[in-house]
Structures are given as C-alpha cells and as structure tokens.
Design a binder for this molecule. Sequence first.
Ligand code: MG
Length: 312
Amino acid sequence: MSNAVTFSAGPHLPDKVTLVEVGPRDGLQGQKKVLSVERRVGLISGLADSGLTRIEAGSFVNPQRIPPMRDTDQVLKRLPGNNAVRYCVLTPNMRGLEDALKSGVKEVAVFTGASETFTQKNIQCSIAESMERFQPVVEKACAEGVLVRGYLSCIMGCPYEGNIDLNQVASLTRDLYQMGCYEVSLGDTIGVGNPIRVRKLIEKITHQLPVEALAAHFHDTYGQAMVNLYAAMESGITVIDSAIAGLGGCPYAKGASGNVATEDVLFMLDGLGIASGVDMEKLLDVNSHICSQNNFPNFSRTARALLAAREK
Ligand code: MG
C-alpha cells in the first residue's frame, strides 16, 4: 500500500507539524484495564522510537479516583533517557506538581473546560474556581522552569449545554495563556465541531495571542476529526494531539469515542507532504502490540487497513 508523497503542502498548509501523543495518559486513563508500569514503559518507549517527540506520559492524580494512572512516578523513572523527547504529565493540584517536579519532567499540564456543567461534572468546580485552583500550580511550575500546557475541553460543544459560545472559549484560552500556559490545547471533547467553527474559533483566539500557542485536540466521535484538523492547519495550527489506536474517550462525556488516532493523522500528514518525523511502520508495530497485548479495540482505520495489508 503506497502513501507516497507526490507533492508538497499547499500554500495554506504548514510544512511541518508536531504530533503530541496523548495515548499513555488520555488514552489509558479511561480504560477499565490498568496497565502495569512495565507495559506503560514499553508503550511509551515504542512511541518515542517511532519518532514522536512529545508524549503525555501519565498523570499525578489520586490513584483511587483514576487507577490506570497510578505509579506514574515509577513509569517516568524507568523511561529511557531520550533528549529528543519531551514528556508531559497532568498535574491538577500542587501535590501533583510537587510529585512531577520530583520526577524531573520538563512539562506539566493543567485542565479546565469551556462548559460550566461539564467542568462541574468532570472536576467538581466551576470554571473560575478551577482557574483559581491551578493558578499557584502554574506559577510554581513556571518559577521552576517547567513548561505548562493548558487543556481546555468542550471548545465546540458540550454533552449537557449543546453549542458553546466561541467568544467564551477565546477568552478562556487567553486567560490560560496569560496565566503562564505556553500552549493551550483546544479540546473538541465530544467531537461535534465542524471546519467553519474551528476556523472561526482560531480567528477569534489569534486576535489576542499567537497561533503558535495553540494545539488541536480533536475527537473523532462523529467522524469529523480529520476535516477539522485540516481546517485547523489551514488556520496556522502546527501542533496536533492524537492517541495511538484512537484510544481514549471521557467517562463524563456520554458517547464520546476516543481521541483521533495518531496513525490516521500521520496518514493524512504523509499524504499531504507535511513533515512530522514519525515513522508509520514503527507506529504500526506499537499499535498492533498494545491492542493485542491488552485486548484493546483498534479505533485507527489507517492502522487496521495497513496491518491487514501486512498480513497479505
Ligand atoms: Mg482527549
């Protein structure tokens, strides 16, 4: 099966995109099955070997609440040193940040949502309270020279509130940026966005901050992730979040299937001649290993097609 690059990216598309692999955190945290430290280290190492340079490796949250993320410190400790890769961990509070700092990570992440109801259900506080809560976390991380990524969920729609006001999303994005987040990952948590709304949102946001401060974190629930990512790239976004095998989903967002699959995004980027530095064959090895080892469903259509072609 050939996916040969026959032309270079058009004038409205970037030459290069950075993929942020969120499978080991966003993907695994929603699974019933808890993967051992060894398996998580194996997964992350495989992803790094495939050329991914930014990997979300885990989360310092209450292990009682999110068991798949327990022992994130052990995972980080056992990851092979690789200067080309930057690992990120989720740190919802000061305690999480302290643990993250002890582990020596160079990047942490905080999260909130653009929907009041969703935020209440997800993290049991209002949007304003969540910002207040993690402001000292962001300040301390910045003071320690650690990068902070901000996640903003429900940027297009909410399972409880329906359409979300894009002005509200834009002002929250600006707030996160001004607080010290070097990058804000815009999450279409339930996958209901369309290219026109994506474009409008990015336009509103970039009136106030540089497009380089934005990442697209789209879900493929309604099969719209790829076309929305294309629109995001046309609007100047060059950082895309994705998860191996499309793992993920959110327990608080009913019917929200997983993150867009890394393999599917890579297939599009390769086809468009957009460099990412990621090797599809190596990624397929990771995909088939993680899915068969843990009995995970393979949500990546690209991986299913290419792995089937391998068998022939
Ligand atoms: Mg996600």
